[in-house]
Structure formats: structure tokens, C-alpha cells
Design a protein around this ligand. Structure first.
Ligand SMILES: *Cc1c(COP(=O)(O)O)cnc(C)c1O
Length: 391
């Protein structure tokens, strides 16, 4: 029996050790507080839940196979949202496709673009799916370091010429997970110009475009003139509408790239449950109150976390977006994995070690703001105890 080299080449899952410790602690009856995972704790808004219940009960046609590439009404709703939000017009049939979550789109997109041996440029630290998608396509991932001193933006000029020659695809993600960095419009202009110069396709993952604070408005890469020649963007209902479990998202941009992605999808999945797409349309048509409420909740949590971390002598900048606080591990540690494992073993609090997001994440850790306030406070209190006894 053979297991494919593709699977054997999959990057090691660095959270596995943390998972094991978590289960150990659970079986010992330890009350675990998970500040590691970025998964909104607040339920999906009632009007979206109500819409789903009504549609499932009253529209049995939705119980049948969905349209592969998203119901036309959903695609229209998504295109209308893009127009209102970014001022960008996309054709809802030709330039947009529905996704079963953006993770699905990311994972499939490398198959649509890269040939075996091509280079895929992936940010590091990053959401692990970018690198995985390259590996699944038998392509070669190349880590673009996101460094604190560059505001966690990649330095395109530092990519070696021989890598650039073979690079066919680049993933970007701003507002960023895990660093919580944001990119201004000018960065996207630079990225598009660079991509065109070197014949590279960009897939911009804009999952956090709505989770922004103090009036920061996250741009779409498609606002850049000419971006449509070489870019697609992904957006998702997961974070703004607390719908991670529903698996509903969409990709939009260059017509040929969308057609290629659609082709991969048509051969691998049969689309998202139509009732979910219809309920999601309610959110896309009426986003403001929900998004405003979520921003206020995360801003308050962010400020609680920052205040305590600062009082413990941990340096961190106040993020303008995302669900995360990203900061350096205490100076007496050299390994983020070791720090995270000790915090878990000692205090039952899960934090994400930076190295789990890539080698350039080493030396940092991530705290997620998706835990209810009283649990977040308790988690921070335990981190305080840990720091006071160990650091
Ligand atoms: C949460 C998240 C997403 C959303 O993924 P879905 O599959 O749409 O739930 C996408 N990209 C990043 C970087 C994320 O952190």
C-alpha cells in the first residue's frame, strides 16, 4: 500500500502537541480556557437563523443538489454587497463563484493555477491552508517572511530571482491572521504592479475585511485599476456574521481564474446547501447592525487584553483589525511552542504558538478574542499568575 508523497509532504501539524496536552488536561478534569482558536463565540444573528429555518421548511426545492458554483440569487447578492462595500462591480455569473467556506476556495485555487514544480508564494506566518494548497497541487511553497519591522507586509524585493521566475501564484491576507496587521490601498497597488511584472496571479483572502476598528476601512485588492487582469479575492460570512459552521463564502475577480476555480469545484464538490446560501443573502443585504455590534464587542475585548498584557510588561501594538492579538513571547523563552505548552500545562490556558503559523512566526504568540468576556478575563488572570511565577 502506498500513501502519496503529496500527503507525506504535508507540513507537520504544529498544534498536534498542544492538542495532546489539551486532551490530557481535560481527562484530568482541568478547566481549559481556549484563547487559541479564532472561532466567534457569539451565535449567528437571529434574522439569519430565522431565514434558514423558514427556507428549509417552506422551500423544499432547496433540498436538492445545489448549483455547483452558487445559486444565481446568492451570486447576485454577493456581487451587490461587493459593489456597496468596495465600489467594485463584478459580474455575478462570470466573475464570481460561491464557495463552501473560503478555506475550500483557497485549497482548490492552487489546483486551478499551479502546475507541478511551480512556486507558490505564501506569507509566513499565515493561515496554514495557503501552504497546504501548494503542496496538494504538487507545487513548491515559498515563504515570504512577514516581519514586524515591515509592518508584517512581505518585502517583494527580497524574493530571489530564480524563485520569482517559477512563481505562478501568490496568496495575500490583509487584515492579517495571525499578526492582525492591516494593509493600506497603496500596498495593494504595489502588489498588483509586482504581480503583473512577474506574471503572477494573486489570491487575496479578505476574510477580516469587516472586522476593523476605529474607523479603519479595509480595501479590496480589486479596487486597484487593472487588478482584475491577474487577481481574485475571497470573502466569507464566517467572521462578520459568526457563521463559521455554516461554510459559506465567495470568490470574485478575473473571469478566467474564476472559470478555472469553478472547473475544479465542479469536479470535486456540488456546492453549498442552497438554503444556507439564501439565508446568507439576508446577512449580505443587511450587514450593518451585526457588523457594528461585533466590532464593538471585539474592540472592548481587545482593550481588556492589551491593558493586562501591558501591565505584565508584554509589548504589543493595538490592532486596527482582526480577531487577534499577536505579540512576542516573554524574553526568557526562546521557543513559542515551549511557552504555549507551559502556559497550558501550568494554567490550563491555550494560546497559539507563533511557530504554528510558519517559521517566521517563531518568537511570537497569538491570543484570540473569540472567547466570552468572563472566560477571557479568567484566562488573562491565569496568564498573569503564570507570568508572575515564571517570568
Ligand atoms: C477564518 C479565516 C478564514 C475564513 O474561512 P472560512 O473557510 O470562510 O470559514 C479565511 N482566511 C483566514 C486567514 C481566516 O483566518
Amino acid at each position: 500500500m502506498q500513501i502519496s508523497s503529496r500527503i507525506k509532504n504535508m507540513p507537520k501539524y504544529l498544534f498536534a502537541e498542544i492538542d495532546r496536552l489539551k486532551w490530557d488536561a481535560r481527562t484530568r478534569g482541568v478547566d481549559i480556557i481556549n484563547l487559541g482558536v479564532g472561532d466567534p463565540d457569539i451565535p449567528t444573528p437571529e434574522f439569519i437563523v430565522e431565514a434558514l429555518v423558514d427556507i428549509v421548511r417552506n422551500k423544499p426545492a432547496t433540498h436538492q443538489y445545489p448549483e455547483y458554483d452558487g445559486d444565481p440569487a446568492f451570486r447576485k447578492g454577493a456581487a451587490d454587497w461587493i459593489k456597496r462595500r468596495f465600489g467594485v462591480e463584478v459580474h455575478s455569473d462570470r466573475e464570481l463563484v460561491g464557495l463552501i467556506g473560503s478555506k475550500e476556495g483557497i485549497a482548490h485555487f492552487a489546483l486551478a493555477v499551479a502546475n507541478p514544480g511551480d512556486v507558490v508564494l505564501v506569507p509566513d506566518p499565515a493561515y496554514p491552508v495557503y501552504e497546504m494548497s501548494a503542496v496538494l497541487a504538487n507545487a513548491e511553497p515559498y515563504s515570504m517572511a512577514l516581519r514586524e519591522e515591515n509592518g508584517y507586509l512581505p518585502d517583494f524585493n527580497s524574493i530571489p530571482a530564480d524563485i520569482l521566475k517559477r512563481a505562478k501564484l501568490m496568496y495575500l491576507n490583509y487584515p492579517n491572521n495571525p499578526t492582525s496587521a492591516v494593509a493600506e490601498y497603496s500596498f495593494f497597488e504595489e502588489a498588483v504592479a509586482f504581480a503583473k511584472q512577474h506574471g503572477i496571479v494573486i489570491c487575496h483572502d479578505n476574510a477580516y475585511s469587516e472586522i476593523t476598528f476605529e474607523g479603519f476601512v479595509a480595501p479590496s485588492i480589486l479596487e486597484v485599476p487593472g487588478a482584475r487582469d491577474c487577481c481574485i479575492e475571497l470573502n466569507s460570512l464566517s467572521k462578520p456574521f459568526n457563521m463559521t459552521g455554516w461554510r459559506v463564502a465567495f470568490a470574485y475577480g478575473n473571469e478566467q481564474l474564476i472559470a478555472a476555480l469553478r472547473k475544479v469545484k465542479t469536479s470535486t464538490d456540488s456546492g453549498q446547501f442552497t438554503a444556507i446560501q439564501f439565508a446568507a443573502m439576508e446577512g449580505l443585504a443587511n450587514p450593518d447592525a451585526t457588523v457594528e455590534r461585533m466590532r464593538n464587542i471585539y474592540t472592548a475585548r481587545r482593550d481588556r487584553v492589551i491593558k493586562i498584557l501591558k501591565s505584565l510588561g508584554l509589548e504589543c501594538t493595538t490592532p486596527r483589525a482582526s480577531l487577534y492579538i499577536w505579540l512576542a513571547i516573554p524574553k526568557i523563552y526562546s521557543s513559542s511552542q515551549e511557552f504555549a505548552m507551559e502556559v497550558l500545562a501550568d494554567q490550563g490556558v491555550i494560546i497559539s504558538p507563533g511557530v504554528g503559523f510558519g517559521k517566521y512566526g517563531e518568537g511570537y504568540f497569538r491570543i484570540s478574542l473569540t472567547t466570552p468576556d468572563h472566560r477571557l478575563d479568567e484566562g488573562l488572570e491565569r496568564i498573569r499568575k503564570f507570568m508572575e511565577s515564571r517570568c
